[in-house]
Design a protein around this ligand. Sequence first.
Ligand SMILES: [Zn+2]
Ligand SMILES: [Zn+2]
Length: 382
Amino acid sequence: MRAMVYRGPYRVRVEKKDLPKIEHPNDAIIRVTRAAICGSDLHLYHGLMPDTRVGMTFGHEFTGVVEEIGSSVQNLEQGDRVLVPFNIACGSCFFCVRELYSNCHNTNANASAVGGIYGYSHTAGGYDGAQGEYVRVPFADVGPSKIPEWMDEEDAVLLTDACPTGYFAAELGDIKEGDVVVVFGAGPVGLFAARSSWLMGAGRVIVIDHLDYRLEFAEEFAQAETINFTEHDDRVMHLKKVTDFLGADVCIDAVGCEADGSFFQTLTTTKLKLQGGSPVALNWAIDSVRKAGNVSAIGGYGPLFSAVKFGDAMNKGLTIRTNQCSVKRHWPRLFEHVRNGILKPSAIVTHRFPLEEIAEGYHIFSSKLDHCIKPLVLPQAA
Ligand SMILES: [Zn+2]
Ligand SMILES: [Zn+2]
């Protein structure tokens, strides 16, 4: 088969690879029909995730058709059209039975923090991802769901990570009616976090980013107020000013480890690799939320330490909530929101690349060219 292959930082290409095989009775082989490139794939692409091995195929957001099933698979049949959560989860461990699929205890032998994730380095289990023609899906009775007849496949692929992760980010903020919510980052997850904040009762939603095209998108898509932080030397003071000098009730970090905005943080993270992520957005969130407010941290950070302003968080009495999204837990409600037209996840898709042009897709997305918000990859396109 043809698949995207990692060759080193900033170098991906499409190569011939062996077809994935059933390795366990509960595996399925999926013929991928849509995959997405995620903002978090860029951390891999930039060489920032430990143990990202040459030859790995990325891709944890995908839909496809069941090609083959193992002997114990009960819930799927050959030919089913499915969406697959980015979490690989066993369905039966302490965490899975509590619907904490992202923390599954059995799918990632390499870490006790996060469970398995498709195509996300050996730090997340060493599974090959779906930016190729076929992918092996372990625990096929746990993760995948059939795509409902009424659902657009592009909506479905956005429901495998970006949309539920943004929704979960808003949920972690524990938003009360009328709350002022500030979302750091106007990428796909930030956009869905902002949009979802209204569903949870926010009174004001403010999105912060450094790129005007993404902020304009946030105004349209999420009906948010926007701030371009490059226009304000003291970002925290500006945020205080627009929130009655108390600060926001809820701040959401939807940026993660490659935040711009601080030379020191960027240097110690991306250049010197002394930190597991540059927590610029997280620190702004801690500084600009009101005392006793909530901080939701959904942006990705690596396993190393990060210079987070914990003393300020403690003295302000903040509640900080985090996790990787357990995608499947959110599907029943999100499916209803999509069906009723409350959410249109595919509205953020700006680019569609045939698999053979995936290197161009990574370059455009990484360099924020051509007003790219969310790129899809079409493995079956000729
Ligand atoms: Zn993703
Ligand atoms: Zn589990």
